[in-house]
Design a protein. Structure first.
Length: 198
């Protein structure tokens, strides 16, 4: 589990296809402190640490992960938002994020508003019903509050700090981002579908 509070950005250093895709990530962390088998969120995608040294670490991505996320398009030099898994007792600054991407949202527009940026997205088919004004959503691993919803489209406001310390600062019209809906919204919708039957 994660909180959607990005603690670093990393760089894709190499990609090797060996059945699964093996990615080497460079980060400013002390990568030797990462446990083998640890979960790390990479722009919202939970991946398992396979090996590490002082300069970086390796993770593996399956074909399914590449199919349903932006990872299949990543090239060497690509920047990713990083967050280590939540530990009991850690501050929950964002919202509960599983690192299991539900789909890819598309950037419709990016507008500077004062020191912040308003960004409109189009949710992928089937996910817009889980997006509610003032609710939470994870986009490329960043916990964000939904401002407004219009059908399948929704807006978020990114403050200057988040804009500058995450990859959101490079968002462009037409770009796709990894989207994970709020876990609470998922279960509320499921309960509504099942009605009052036992």
């Amino acid at each position: 589990m994660f909180t959607g509070i990005v603690t670093a950005t990393g760089t894709l250093m190499s990609v090797t296809d060996k059945g699964d895709r093996i990615l080497r990530i460079g980060a400013d962390w002390d990568c030797t402190a990462l446990d083998i088998g640890a979960s790390v969120s990479h722009s919202g995608i939970c991946l398992t640490v396979l090996s590490r040294d002082a300069d970086g670490y390796e993770v593996a991505a399956s074909g399914e992960t590449m199919r349903v996320t932006t990872l299949g398009e990543w090239q060497v030099g690509h920047k990713v938002n990083l967050e280590r898994a939540l530990r009991v007792g850690d501050e929950l600054g964002g919202h509960i994020v599983s690192g299991h991407v539900d789909g890819m949202a598309t950037v419709l527009s990016v507008t500077a508003v004062g020191d912040s940026h308003e960004v409109w997205f189009r949710a992928p088919d089937g996910l817009s019903r889980f997006v509610a004004a003032k609710g939470s959503v994870s986009l490329d691993g960043v916990s964000l509050t939904v401002n407004e919803v219009r059908g399948t489209d929704f807006s978020i406001n990114v403050i200057e700090h988040t804009w500058s310390v995450t990859t959101l600062g490079s968002l462009r019209e037409g770009q796709q981002v990894n989207m994970e809906i709020d876990m609470l919204a998922r279960y509320v919708a499921r309960l509504a579908e099942s009605g009052t039957d036992d």
